[in-house]
Design a protein around this ligand. Structure first.
Ligand code: SF4
Length: 212
């Protein structure tokens, strides 16, 4: 059995991991720079999909319009953007901008890119030891809950799952992109409200919210 690392050792290892991650150039089709959240030990881990064109120059995930919507949702649960970035580990399925796809939207990362970046994510789950994971959008949800067929099956509830060797709770959110109408029309609107209520009621969220 692998001995558990103490929080200071995990934090040092996580900081070293993020430094290494920022230097990753493993995917030839991805457009850098690598975008990462801060190295923070948190009971809550957010998993986004992949950064857009604006996040690289801004140097942080969810730096543009979708982020504004998402941070408004979390603000309603008592954690504003600044506190969220300081207190929640922000991971993603892929950490580089995939570029534009054929239809003008952002290219969906290829399976080999997801697998490569998945190794970073696995290391983060091991080091951060989250109790609650919030995957945002279909691609992120599919990594954590591979049996979820549709958003309506999983958004609005907390699902117990094993993810990269760790048992944890999963509370998925729809992607907050302005291009998506899912969270602004029924049943998405009601399910989003239920998902936020479930996150707000989770003890891991309370620990983040009440941290001083
Ligand atoms: S997407 Fe992930 S694995 Fe690929 S180059 Fe970027 S950081 Fe590295």
């Amino acid at each position: 059995m692998v001995p558990r690392m103490s929080p200071p050792v995990r934090l040092a290892a996580l900081s070293a991991h993020v430094t290494q991650l920022l230097a990753c150039r493993a995917c030839p089709k991805m457009i850098g720079p690598v975008v990462s959240g801060r190295p923070v030990l948190s009971p809550v881990m957010l998993i986004g999909q992949a950064p857009g064109a604006h996040e690289g120059p801004a140097g942080k995930p969810f730096a543009w319009t979708a982020g504004k919507t998402m941070f408004r949702w979390f603000g309603e649960l008592g954690v504003d953007e600044a506190a969220f970035r300081e207190r929640v580990y922000m991971a993603a399925v892929c950490r580089c901008f995939p570029g534009k796809g054929d239809k003008g939207g952002d290219r969906v990362p290829a399976p080999d890119e997801i697998a490569r970046c998945g190794a970073h994510l696995a290391a983060e789950v091991r080091l951060v030891e989250p109790r609650l994971v919030i995957p945002v959008g279909k691609l992120a949800i599919a990594q954590v809950l591979p049996d979820a067929a549709q958003l309506v099956d999983v958004v609005g509830r907390v699902t117990r799952a094993r993810f990269h060797g760790r048992d944890l709770d999963v509370a998925p959110l729809p992607h907050p992109s302005g291009a998506s109408t899912w969270h602004r029309t029924e049943p998405g609107k009601t399910l989003l409200a239920a998902a936020l209520a479930a996150i707000g009621a989770h003890p891991a969220w309370a620990a983040v919210r009440d941290r001083v």
